[in-house]
Write a protein that binds this ligand. Structure first.
Ligand code: MEV
Length: 429
């Protein structure tokens, strides 16, 4: 039986919606302590989404040891999965020992679209002719004074007909500067709509940005001497570890089923940073996967080659990450996350994200080709099993250590470890 929402839920005062969540769905004090919102957090949640009942306290960790373009850096990650923070930190340290990451990022030009139906050839010509363009530009720029002051704004338009639907696509390019850009682009497209309809004689089907962001790419790379890789090669020679990492990437290039997981690992880092800075994780994911599929086949976002005594790793992907606007400069947690990164602009954040994605992927590949990931994963998973068995405070970690000694990762093993811990004989079972 699902609990019934209180009648008129949508119109209830926010305090009553919150009481429903905390009083009815969070079942006891233990759950409330772990999952209920404080007053400030609830006020923000209520501003940010509709029908707010609370917040979801996602773990926030800090991946350490990054050396990016010569600067040491710690990167905030909000993520529910164990081992993401540890893996990023591990790879960051290895790469730092070999000189660190070099990164770059393009500008922030993205596109908003007006899709028009019922446009004949003459209408299409009016839309793309010089007078039409000037009128459309004026309509778009009307609302962009402050964006232009920040160096952004209108960058041009294109008109084309889509063969299958016959729709005419009017694409408006805008430099969105440090914003993620969705609001700016959607506003621009809607501002162009009446002019586009009048000029073309057609009717708009929709006005919307494209999250495809091929002009907002970021890149990161490292050149890791075998001498720096060697100590982390877990029983392999550095040359063999490097060869296997490169082969693992070739595998992802050949087999799209592997590429899905390979790229998922890349996005473990990037999506967690996007989440920690309250960026739109879905937009970043959608653009990344579209980019990875641009050849018509899903391919890896990273590349590796072993050359001489050096392993080269690189990544390139679109990263539409904002440092202003949206929830980014609204939420104190996101502002604090950006502070930890030295308050980068949008391109700076994209560069960090690219290095992070490469680190995450490198950590995964190195672990996978040198003994597997499951040992490390299960150790981290054990603390969760212990928590579910009732461990609190320091107990989950202590119980996990006992479980590691036995090498057993089950609910029963967690209960047994917790019982042993509480009986005070954790050390001599
Ligand atoms: C797990 O979240 C991510 C990995 O599966 C990535 C990969 O296989 O490359 C370890």
């Amino acid at each position: 039986m699902t609990p019934e929402l209180p009648p008129g839920f949508r119109k209830l005062p926010s305090a009553e919606r919150r009481a429903f969540w905390e009083g009815t769905l969070l079942a006891d004090d233990d759950e409330r302590e772990a999952a209920a919102a404080g007053d400030g957090a609830f006020t923000l949640a209520d501003l940010m989404v509709e029908n707010a009942v609370g917040v979801l306290p996602l773990p926030l960790g800090v991946a350490t040891g990054f050396l990016i373009d010569g600067s040491e850096m710690a990167v905030p990650l909000a993520v529910e999965e164990p081992s993401v923070v540890a893996a990023a930190s591990h790879a960051a340290r290895i790469v730092a020992a070999g000189g660190g990451f070099s990164t770059e990022a393009d500008g922030s030009v993205m596109e908003g679209y007006v899709y028009l139906e019922g446009v004949d050839a003459a209408g299409e010509a009016r839309l793309s002719g010089p007078e039409g363009r000037a009128e459309l530009e004026a309509a778009v720029r009307k609302g962009q004074a402050s964006l232009e002051k920040r160096g952004g704004g209108y960058r041009g338009l294109e008109v084309g007909r889509l063969p299958a639907t016959g729709l005419v696509a009017l694409s408006i390019s805008i430099d969105v500067r440090d914003a993620m850009g969705a609001n700016l682009l959607n506003t621009a497209a809607e501002a162009a709509r009446p002019v586009a309809e009048r000029l073309s004689g057609g009717r708009a089907l929709m006005c919307i940005l494209s999250n495809d962001s091929p002009r907002r790419l970021a890149r990161a790379r490292f050149a890791l001497p075998f001498a720096a890789l060697g100590p982390f090669a877990r029983g392999l020679s550095a040359a063999e570890a490097a060869r296997r990492v490169a082969l693992a990437c070739d595998l992802a290039d050949e087999d799209p089923r592997r590429a899905v997981t390979h790229n998922k690992g890349v996005m473990n880092g990037i999506a967690s940073l996007a989440q920690a800075t309250m960026n739109d994780t879905r937009a970043v994911e959608a653009a990344a996967h579209a980019w990875a599929s641009r050849s018509g086949r899903l391919r890896p976002l990273t590349a590796y080659r072993a050359e001489g005594e050096v392993l080269h790793g690189s990544i390139e992907l679109p990263l539409a990450l904002g440092t202003v606007g949206g929830s980014v400069d609204l939420h104190p947690a996101a502002r604090a996350a950006l502070r930890l990164l030295g308050n980068p602009d949008s391109r700076g954040l994209a560069r960090i994200a690219a290095a992070l994605g490469l680190a995450q992927n490198f950590a995964a590949l190195l672990a996978l080709v040198s003994g597997g990931i499951q040992g490390g994963h299960m150790r981290l998973h054990a603390t969760r099993l212990a928590y579910k068995a009732g461990a609190r405070g320091d107990e989950p970690r202590q119980a996990a250590e006992l479980m590691a000694a036995d090498g057993e990762w089950t609910a029963a093993a967690a209960a047994k470890a917790l019982a042993a811990l509480r009986a005070g004989n954790g050390g001599d079972r």
